[in-house]
Design a binder for this molecule. Structure first.
Ligand code: FAD
Ligand code: NAI
Length: 466
């Protein structure tokens, strides 16, 4: 048997890659992880989940103070102002702390960080920063990057037409922010700058925001955001952007064709999706082909068609989410070690961290109905004592169950803490729960989560508080 430098080499230290590397090392495998960034943690820790949540949290508090919500609770702040430098500083601190934490975990678990871009040179072999490295198993966890929009050139340095990374780093609140794409990034980062004072317009190609989510949730979310001050141009495509001095002129037209219109913006955020990172990886050297969407296909164990080469995270099909990548990281390491690593792709929660938050797991009502008869139970947050007391009346919980077996097929939530609430729904679904199981589980009072119990009660009978 050939000798290799490592049992496992992971390419990319995002949530998929760094978790795979740590688990492989924990299982006794000699492990290295190649990462070309200056810091570990990938998109999520450096320019994604973490910095966006740092700004979402701070801007929410700012809006509560500036918009009078705190005053209504008897918390008066007579003199307040925005200190954007400090707000941005705490974002950078959050990133620094967490990326440094991964470096510590690598050392603790004896994972070697190979600094540089990894390129395949042949089977079981890569080059990292000019150095040849061999490994019995290679895990591709290279993640994804912003999808470009033809005619709209992103320049984060200039800060006029930016992608999500540029939108996190603005040093001034724009008067007019136009967001291209009414998906997760557009609504989260749009919320940040709207709360801090920008007039935000979302230009969305489809006729509704948040594609992929439950229809009723999309409609309700759209209404809530409109009330907050978001403007939409739905069913509209952007055909070009011109920088004119200190602002940008966008040309847009109806998606179905029609009259061209121009919109002026101080900053334009391009957030029309992300695409897998495979360029420069040298996949041709190992004969690994991509699918039509530019992704690497794997089997259930995350093995690619090339023996000894595995892939996980944003670079393979499925939702582009950090927790999905992490779970795949654990599973692939366990499979490499000869254990049984499984990810249940039917139960991956997704959360939009707006205010209120929007969360879902499992099937939408539309998708569930395509598979057979369903029963749906709904409960409004307005009737939940904790939400009402906290002045958080917006939203609802919706439980979708199989009409015959009562098995829960999907749960959708709009609520201030929907992202935290959805975990119990995912756990219930993972255990194959029926709506009755949830309805008869004792929930602590007063909590937002009681709304899940009441929605489950509404599937077959009646909730108590409605
Ligand atoms: P990545 O995190 O993209 O990591 C891949 C790493 O590989 C990168 O660091 C890259 O530098 C490195 N790399 C690539 N090629 C090479 C190479 N050849 N050699 C060496 N290194 C290489 N998801 C959530 O679940 N929750 C959120 O709240 C959330 N918020 C987000 C907010 C924003 C603004 C963005 C952009 C994304 C957000 N996401 C969120 C998505 C999440 O960041 C990704 O799903 C997740 O990071 C994917 O993990 P990954 O390990 O597959 O890849
Ligand atoms: P997205 O896929 O969520 O939304 C893109 C939106 O742009 C869609 O509504 C799409 O219809 C629209 N669009 C596409 N082309 C367009 C065009 N030419 N003109 C106008 N609209 C157009 O992608 P987004 O927001 O860029 O986020 C990328 C990924 O990052 C997401 O898929 C998500 O998985 C991940 N992410 C997750 C977060 C979370 O979990 N909270 C937060 C941020 C990102």
């Amino acid at each position: 048997m050939a000798d290799f430098d490592y049992d496992v080499l992971v390419i990319g230290a995002g949530p998929g890659g760094y978790v795979a590397a740590i688990r492989a090392a924990q299982l006794g495998l000699k492990t290295a992880c190649a990462e070309s960034r200056e810091t570990l943690g990938g998109t999520c820790l450096n320019v994604g989940c973490i910095p966006s949540k740092a700004l979402l949290h701070a801007s929410e508090l700012y809006e509560e103070a500036a918009g009078g919500a705190l005053a209504k609770l008897g918390v008066r702040i007579d003199k307040m102002s925005l200190d954007l430098d400090t707000m941005q500083g705490q974002r950078q601190d959050a990133v620094k702390g967490l990326t440094g934490g991964i470096e510590f975990l690598f050392k603790k678990n004896k994972v070697d960080w190979l600094k540089g871009l990894a390129t395949f040179t042949g089977p079981n072999a890569v080059e990292v920063a000019g150095k040849a490295v061999t490994a019995k198993n290679i895990v591709i966890a290279t993640g994804s990057s912003v999808a470009p929009l033809p005619g709209v050139a992103v320049d984060n340095k200039k800060g006029l037409i930016v992608d999500s990374t540029g939108a996190l780093e603005l040093d001034k609140v724009p008067d007019r922010l136009v967001v291209i794409g009414g998906g997760v990034i557009g609504l989260e980062l749009g919320s940040v700058w709207r709360r801090l004072g920008a007039k935000v317009t979302v230009v969305e190609y489809l006729d509704q925001i948040l594609p992929g989510m439950d229809g009723e949730v999309r409609k309700e979310a759209s209404k809530i955001f409109k009330k907050q001050g978001f403007d939409y141009k739905l069913g509209t495509k952007v055909t070009g952007a011109k920088v004119k001095g200190k602002h940008v002129e966008l040309t847009v037209e109806p998606a179905a064709g029609g009259d061209v219109e121009t919109i002026e913006a101080d900053v334009v955020l391009v957030s029309i999706g992300r695409r897998p990172n495979t360029e420069g990886l040298g996949l041709d050297k190992i004969g690994l082909e991509l699918n039509a969407r530019g992704q690497i296909e794997t089997d259930h164990d995350f093995a690619t068609k090339v023996p000894g080469v595995w892939a996980i995270g944003d670079v393979i099909p499925g939702p582009m989410l950090a927790h999905k990548a992490e779970d795949e990281g654990i599973a692939v390491a366990e499979n490499i070690a000869g254990l049984t690593g499984i990810v249940n792709h039917d139960v991956i929660p997704s959360v939009v961290y707006t205010s209120p938050e929007i969360a879902g797991v499992g099937l939408t009502e539309e998708a569930a109905k395509e598979r057979g008869a369903v029963k749906v139970g709904k409960f409004p947050m307005l009737a939940n004592s904790r939400a009402k007391t906290n002045h958080e009346p917006d939203g609802f919980v919706k439980v979708i169950a199989d009409a015959e077996t009562d098995r829960v097929l999907g749960v959708w939530i709009i609520a201030s803490v929907a992202g935290t609430m959805i975990a119990q729904a995912a756990q219930a679904m993972e255990f194959g729960a029926s709506s009755e199981d949830i309805a008869y589980t004792c929930h602590a009072h007063p909590t937002h989560s009681e709304a899940i119990k009441e929605a489950a009660m509404a599937v077959t009978g009646k909730p108590i508080h409605m």
